[in-house]
Design a protein around this ligand. Structure first.
Ligand code: PLP
Ligand code: SF4
Length: 458
């Protein structure tokens, strides 16, 4: 890799210091000087609408600037023209070219964001837990055994992914932001819910938090009244975007001690690492961070979506899974990209997703076959595409729930007519002339009960 642009500016901070750039600072990113004008302009336009945030380390160490236009790390973090519909792109480009003021640009940005399904899969209305007739903010409880918690200090990331399904909360739409600043509600709820074995801290990226904040959220778990909560999962992409968090940050050692305290007390700590490409596993700092986290007794499990232009290739996945196993990580989920944000740019038909998964899976050893996918996190549950087959001369998809809103749906096979263009559960029709899938009646009932029982925020 060539960091010539950076080398010309020795006054810039070294990439071992956390320094972040957002849409406002695009002109300060010297690496962009090497790109064609057109591409730089496209980034400026799209960054008005989709989130943009990148740090010095990603710029200096992860992106291959010589090959930026095809570089997965560049596409992962920098907005691209085709992420917007051509009409939307032109409207914003024209408005910016006309010298419009910031408020007018902001108004158009809001309008265009609303066309990008900012709020997929009914997650806000449907999954918010209730205690003593009050909704608990910053939490979701969809599957019996797992509660999600969104700590308020953890609602950003060290960089933003261009495909993120939580993108809307990063562009300032506070009404789309889940988060909670207090632990009392969380732990009171967990004490009442003995069926919950897993607490999942998520965001944004909870690893942007200082260790003392994490302590405040996690140490109450050690209380004997919470023995039933066996597992703490922490969802994070910090191993890619800021591995220094576990190695050189001022409170890195304290963080590792916190994880160790939890594992020594008998909790299973699962670090749910988000990876999209084997390139993310190569950095020296990432490898040091992995070793340090594993030394605390925590496990690292890996998940990420299948994305066109980034990892739509079985060879990329098999290499990534093999590398993960070699480093002592556990492949866990391959997701289908959700129906929101820049999806038009990244989407891959389910039939192709299945091919990529099968081919990659076939070429790795059993130790990497802990991975499951391709899986759609849809409103009724996590639905895995298991295969394509022919039954009574009809070509069909074989599907199953990995998780269902009703636990009885889990692992029940069901069939949809084959459709080579379908990219999401909503596109699929039941096979064999049936008028609905086996779960639909019950799913509608659940929705009705939920929507009438609770006083919902609008
Ligand atoms: C995926 C997911 C979980 C965890 O499911 P596992 O299969 O146990 O990993 C929990 N809650 C929600 C809302 C999820 O999407
Ligand atoms: S790190 Fe995760 S939450 Fe943050 S932008 Fe990427 S996908 Fe979204």
């Amino acid at each position: 890799m060539n960091y010539a642009a950076y080398a010309r500016r020795p006054e810039l901070v070294p990439s071992s210091k956390f320094k972040v750039y957002t849409e406002k600072h695009l002109d300060k990113i010297v690496h962009l000087d090497t790109l064609p004008n057109q591409l730089r302009n496209d980034i400026r336009v799209v960054a008005k609408i989709l989130p943009f945030r990148v740090n010095q380390y990603v710029l200096d160490q992860l992106i291959d600037w010589e090959n930026a236009e095809n570089d997965p790390m560049f596409i992962l973090t920098f907005p691209q023209r085709d992420m917007l519909k051509p009409e939307a792109f032109s409207r914003m480009a024209d408005l910016m070219g006309s010298g419009a003021d910031a408020r007018t640009i902001q108004a158009l940005a809001t309008e265009l964001r609303n066309d990008l399904n900012p709020h997929p899969a009914g997650q806000m209305e449907l999954n918010v837990p209730v205690m003593d007739n009050e909704q608990l903010s910053g939490m979701q409880h969809k599957y019996n055994e797992t509660v999600l918690f969104f700590p308020s200090q953890g609602q950003v990331c060290h960089s933003y992914c261009t495909f993120c399904f939580r993108w809307a909360q990063f562009v300032g739409d506070k009404s789309l932001r889940f988060s909670s600043g207090e632990v009392e509600g969380l732990y009171a709820y967990l004490k009442q819910h003995k069926e919950v074995s897993d607490l999942l801290l998520t965001g944004g990226d909870p690893m942007v938090m200082k260790t003392n904040h994490l302590q405040y959220y996690l140490e109450p778990l050690l209380d004997p009244s919470l023995d039933h909560v066996q597992t703490v999962r922490i969802g994070s992409k910090a191993l890619t975007y800021w591995p220094h968090r576990f190695v050189t940050d001022n409170d890195a050692d304290d963080l590792l001690r916190l994880l160790e305290k939890l594992t020594k007390a008998g909790k299973h700590v699962a670090f749910m690492a988000h990876f999209n490409h084997w390139r993310e596993l190569e950095a020296n700092m990432t490898r040091r961070a992995i070793r340090r986290i594993r030394a605390t007794g925590a496990e690292i499990r890996c998940q990420g979506p299948l994305l066109d232009k980034i990892n739509n290739d079985p060879a990329i996945w098999s290499r990534m899974w093999r590398e993960q196993v070699r480093l002592g990580l556990i492949p866990y989920y391959m997701f289908v990209e959700r129906d929101t944000g820049a999806r038009r740019y990244f989407e891959v038909p389910l039939a192709r997703a299945l091919d990529v998964f099968q081919q990659a899976y076939q070429s790795v050893s059993g130790l990497a076959r802990t991975v499951r996918g391709p899986s759609m996190s849809a409103s009724p549950g996590k639905v895995q595409v298991q295969g394509v087959t022919e039954i009574n001369n009809e070509k069909v998809f074989l599907l199953r729930f990995l998780q269902g809103r009703n636990e009885n749906w889990t692992r029940q096979p069901f069939f949809a007519g084959f459709d080579e263009n379908a990219t999401w559960l909503d596109d699929l029709k039941p096979a064999f002339g049936q008028d609905q899938f086996f779960f639909e009646e019950e799913y509608r009932q659940i929705l009705n009960e939920r929507l009438t029982d609770q006083s919902l925020p609008n």
